[in-house]
Design a protein around this ligand. Structure first.
Ligand code: ADP
Length: 177
């Protein structure tokens, strides 16, 4: 990824971001079981998951990496079983027994931008501040996530679209070698 000056995407972050498909609610009423957590980990390859207030009000609470979840599970305390609830809050669960506490490894200040942010600005944040991902909000609620690779993929797709006309010439160049 090169410097900002050379790039004019002329678009906002929502054209390159992914819509959130998996996020963990911190609201105890919606808390998932260990069984559900394991299923979600197996079903996806994401490096991590946003923690939201609730499904109805997905305000960003934080982000937890897959590695931290797996580390916590390997070292899970005794008494935990498949029906145990997962708690992503900073405070320990009051109501649930045998709760698995993830609060200590939740990043409470993930980078966030608004959907209307330009893609150039987002690229600049990646280059200058070096986060692994940036969460995307609309009206204060979580809607997406973008990684460095998403920008590369976006750039590649746009580039491929625009260079369709060059395909023949580049093929012939290749043939000559
Ligand atoms: P990378 O893009 O560096 O490989 P990830 O493996 O975390 O990082 O993400 C892979 C893809 O999935 C990216 O396009 C990213 O935007 C998307 N993604 C990551 N986490 C989530 C999530 N919780 N919900 C939906 N999409 C996600």
């Amino acid at each position: 990824i090169e410097s900002k000056e050379e790039y004019r995407f002329n678009t906002t972050v929502n054209s390159a971001m992914s819509t959130i498909t998996v996020a963990f609610p911190s609201d105890e009423a919606e808390s998932i079981s260990l069984h559900q957590l394991k299923k979600l980990l197996a079903k996806t390859t994401y490096n991590g998951f946003p923690i939201i207030q609730s499904t109805a009000h997905p305000r960003v609470i934080g982000y937890i990496t897959r590695a931290d979840i797996e580390y916590n599970l390997e070292n899970a305390v005794s008494g935990v079983n498949e029906t145990s609830k997962c708690n992503f809050n900073s405070e320990k669960s009051q109501n649930e027994e045998n709760c698995i506490e993830f609060g200590a490894v939740v990043n409470r200040h993930p980078f966030t931008v608004n959907v209307t942010t330009t893609l150039e600005y987002v690229l600049d944040v990646f280059v200058k501040l070096g986060p692994r991902f940036i969460l995307v909000e609309q009206e204060g609620l979580l809607v997406g996530i973008i990684t460095r690779k998403d920008i590369l993929r976006y750039e590649y797709t746009v580039h491929a679209m625009h260079s369709d006309n060059d395909v023949e010439s580049s093929n012939s160049e290749f043939d000559e070698r």
